[in-house]
Unconditional design. Structure first.
Length: 641
């Protein structure tokens, strides 16, 4: 439905457009008998050359009578190179070139608004006379009229009309000249003011407004490039881009300013604009060479030095013609350097350089066209192309920068993709190595645990069973002694099994399993067991091996109480003191001499073993005993170094 609606709307619009065009064509054809003739282009004119003398009058110059002899028919456009001006007196005298054309109006009885237009007039201050009246005398800014079209509106009161009588409008254009001037006059257009004004506006757009907008746009791009270079000082291409845009703006200053003719200001102004063109070329070539991986410092310095020397040689007042010298230098440099860069582009197959060199050759062709236009070797109605040639250059610049930028992005993307691929490979390798390491660590832990269990069983229970077996075979143990040995072996086996239980580094849970194992045995021996437990932090180092040592220390202390203390009550208390955890084992037995524990000859071997076991855990065992109360304190660190 949406597609059908759109098609219907488009059909209606197209039909309306066609009908509008047909109606406009019909109205344009229906002009009636009062039609004003269209603008007329004059390719022939009558010319008369009149000497004036060494000075021009401030007011208008008297136009010779059209009926006087001396008028000759010439073709338009007229182009007279420098030095070809007809002289009557001295080289500093002025001569006036008068050109006359006649525009006919139909016998309508009304005076339509008319205007005069010419694409280009070169020479002195132009004067325009219509039917003998002076309408324009360009005495102020005639130094800039070389590139500005001539447009003069013709008032109603200048053209006298009578009903039923055809009227001839005599339009005379006067151009004063000297010997050192060039002179050109394009074809003259006379006709309705609206039509002539549109032609003049189009020509002004191409001659003046276009170059102005172009130079300002390029200047803005140059400022942007300068900002980029300020952030990335190692990228000299952006700086060169900014310098080229600034030099090109200076080159086009004559499109923005109307300076009076003659004088030191005029000479320095034109020297600045002409010299800046050389710098535009040199900076352009330096910019192009930045897109080649190899540097040519000798050629670059020669370019800069040669351009600086030519600028110095043409500083006013100069004995040489500045324009001719600058154009000659620019032509030689541009052809040589462009050919050199073309050779680089073809040899090293650089796409950016190829585009840049192609653009440079096009610009050289446009420059040749402008030189021919300046020297009046081609029609003065042509446009100066160099202001627009720079658009091609800067488009090529932007293309080269874009290529470099996109190439850098693609390179970074490729590097990132390669890094991601390598990272994925390394990650897979690390995961595989980690898996293998976990397997190896698991196998090693199992092996170490087997070895520990075998060692504990061999050193503890195995040794006790072996010694008891020998005594039984020798008949030195009775049934009760054998039962006691077997009970100790079973307790040791239970300790080993309890140490393997997952306790989460919790000392309370570990000792709770011991209480469960030994509770009935202590009660059967007549001992009352009392527990006092505070909240304890986890012990990160409390693994299966350390847990077995703790259990053996507590079991050994309880076994000593059962065998030697003659106690009736045992209290086991767990407390946290500073950075340590303390296990207090108190009994109300007969006690022992605690001061002899550290003395090797007299100390109990069992008590010394308790201390050694505690020291392997990073802790200690403290003994305090007197008749009626004995306390064995196991001190364990919370964080073990």
């Amino acid at each position: 439905m949406k597609l059908a609606s759109w098609a219907c709307c488009a059909t209606r619009t197209l039909v309306g457009l066609v009908l509008g065009l047909l109606l406009s064509a019909a109205l344009a054809q229906d002009t009636g008998p009062e039609e004003i003739p269209p603008a007329q282009q004059f390719r022939l004119a009558e010319r008369q050359i009149v000497p004036l003398g060494p000075a021009l009058p401030d007011a208008g110059i008297v136009r010779p009578d059209l009926s006087e002899p001396g008028w000759e028919v010439v073709k338009l456009p007229v182009a007279t190179p420098r030095g070809a001006i007809t002289l009557f007196n001295g080289p500093r005298d002025w001569v006036m070139h008068w050109y006359n054309v006649r525009y006919s109006l139909p016998p309508s009885g009304a005076s339509p608004p008319l205007a005069l237009y010419s694409a280009r007039v070169q020479g002195g201050p132009v004067e325009v006379h219509v039917n003998g009246r002076l309408l324009s005398a360009n005495r102020r800014n005639w130094g800039s009229q070389w590139n500005r079209p001539l447009y003069v509106p013709i008032p109603h009161d200048v053209v006298f009309t009578s009903p039923g009588v055809a009227i001839d409008v005599d339009v005379t254009v006067g151009v004063p000249l000297r010997a050192n001037m060039t002179h050109s006059l394009s074809t003259l257009w006379v006709g309705p003011a609206d039509e002539i004004r549109a032609m003049a506006d189009r020509r002004t757009l191409l001659h003046v407004t276009g170059p102005q907008v172009t130079s300002l746009t390029i200047l803005v791009l140059g400022l942007f490039s300068l900002g980029v270079w300020m952030r990335r000082r190692n990228e000299s291409a952006y700086l060169l881009f900014a310098l080229v845009s600034a030099a090109w703006w200076v080159r086009n200053l004559h499109y923005h300013a109307d300076l009076p003719r003659g004088g030191i200001v005029h000479d320095w102004f034109w020297w600045l604009t002409n010299a800046s063109m050389s710098w535009v070329m040199v900076l352009t070539y330096l910019f192009a060479l930045r897109f080649h991986y190899r540097r040519y410092p000798l050629i670059e310095w020669l370019l800069v030095g040669f351009t600086a020397l030519s600028a110095l040689l043409t500083i006013p007042p100069s004995p040489w013609d500045p324009l001719v010298l600058q154009q000659s230098v620019n032509a030689l440099v541009s052809i040589f350097v462009t050919a050199f860069i073309t050779w680089i582009a073809v040899r090293y197959k650089s796409r950016e350089l190829r585009v840049l060199t192609l653009t440079m050759w096009v610009c050289i062709a446009m420059g040749v066209h402008d030189i021919l236009l300046v020297s009046l070797r081609i029609s003065p109605e042509s446009l100066y192309l160099m202001p627009y040639a720079t658009l091609l250059v800067f488009a090529a610049f932007l293309y080269a920068v874009l290529r470099r930028y996109s190439g850098a992005i693609e390179e970074v993307e490729q590097i990132n993709a390669s890094l991601e691929e390598r990272l994925a490979q390394r990650t897979a390798q690390l995961e595989e190595n980690h898996r293998r390491l976990r397997d190896v660590e698991r196998e090693q832990a199992m092996l170490l645990e087997r070895q520990r269990l075998m060692r504990d069983m061999h050193d503890g229970m195995g040794s006790a069973l072996m010694s008891s077996l020998v005594l039984v075979e020798q008949g030195k143990l009775d049934i009760q002694a054998v039962a006691a040995v077997l009970r100790e072996c079973v307790d040791d086996l239970r300790l080993v099994i309890d140490s393997l239980e997952p306790i989460g580094h919790d000392l309370v849970t570990l000792l709770a399993t011991l209480r469960y194992r030994l509770g009935k045995r202590l009660e059967a021996a007549g001992l009352q067991l009392e527990w006092q437990v505070d909240d304890l932090p986890p012990l990160p180092w409390l693994d299966a091996t350390a847990a077995l040592q703790v259990l053996r220390i507590v079991q050994e202390a309880l076994t000593n109480i059962l065998k030697h203390a003659r106690a009736r009550k045992v209290t086991i208390a767990l407390r946290k003191t500073g950075d340590a955890v303390e296990v207090h084992i108190d009994d109300d037995g007969i006690g022992f001499d605690a001061s002899a524990v550290g003395n090797a000859p007299t100390a109990s071997k069992g008590l010394r073993n308790l201390r050694k076991r505690a020291q392997t855990l990073g802790g200690d065992v403290v003994f305090a005993s007197q008749p009626g109360r004995t306390c064995v304190t196991l001190v364990l660190p919370v964080q073990r170094g």
